[in-house]
Design a protein around this ligand. Sequence first.
Ligand SMILES: Cc1ncc(COP(=O)(O)O)c(C=O)c1O
Length: 390
Amino acid sequence: MTDPLFASCPDRHGTGSEKWDRWPGRDVLPVWVADMDFRTDPAVLAALHARVDHGVFGYTADPPGFAPSLAEHLLRRHRFAIDPGHVLGITGVVSGLAVTARLLAAPDDEIISFTPVYPPFLNLPGAAGRRLTRVPLVAAGDGWVIDHDALAAAVTPRSRMLWLCHPHNPTGTVFSAVDLLRIADLAERHGITVVSDEIWSDLLLDDDHGGPCHVPFASLDHPAARRAITLVAPSKTWNIAGLCCAAAIVPDAGQRRRWRAAGGGLLPMVNSLGYAAAEAAWLEGDPWRRRLVALLREHRRLVVETVAGIPGLASIPPQATYLAWIDCRATGFADPQAACEAAGLGPSDGRDFGAPGFIRLNMACPTDRLEEALRRLRRAFAGDRHSPSA
Ligand SMILES: Cc1ncc(COP(=O)(O)O)c(C=O)c1O
């Protein structure tokens, strides 16, 4: 039976929801952008109500409880001990990545990323006048793996940074300590700084029953880890992306001092409600998070079963995130995204992640809605076979 916490959710049409207002006037069920349809944790809502009742919303720097609440959370969840003095409140992980491109690389320097990947990893280096080096992940049986030889071969004297998406979006891969140590060795050999986007690290789907655990890159006992920058946020796990509050953990004092200047005047302060929500999520949000993960695990099962029953589709089950990365290349449809939209389903288009022929499906919705989404997925690829190039 569906957990009553996640059985229903508010109607977001006409609220400016990026997810729900994408196909106005059309019956397209949105399963694209990575936010969930659920109301956030009641503990987070209570903190927001209390902050609203305070009534004053002036310019706000990191409140005294912000960094300690993050430190407590990381230690409890991931055995990752940080110095709260290294934490900078930022408006989002994406803006944090954009800052590192300017802070740690010069024009035409290279930033390495594993692909396919969340679109800003592909677009931000060029937007900053830096170069992107793509190293494809490899589908191997039941997991996506790093080709360490390809990674080593991709390094040049201009390689300055490796942007790790850990866990990885869109494949839902959780990188092991062994992989991370190999990356750390390479980074140390070549003077590369690892910037690790760990926004998904609280949504591992099996870590509570013996499955892979999240190992923060910067928690490794390795010199490259000690100078790595970690980006985290409560936004994915507690569904508060619109509150725009994230954190950069920057061990180097000089980099922390230069951080804001690297933003070139384009970095607004974090809003006071975002801080209130983040602190509550990190300090009080674990019971709600666990219930969410149990539901997502069940949803992953539904998606895996459905995909397995549709000829031409394939998907390696995600170890983390609420995103299913589906390979549609063997269906014969030239444009799988268009086929889905024609069947009333709105996933993310793999082209945006550097992978034409794939779609990404967001499973974070009530179960009956996911079942409807999966019916539409079936209709898109197993239904009308008369228009295979739709
Ligand atoms: C890997 C990854 N990083 C960053 C973000 C967005 O972060 P923010 O909203 O804090 O900029 C997302 C959103 O889906 C993501 O998947």
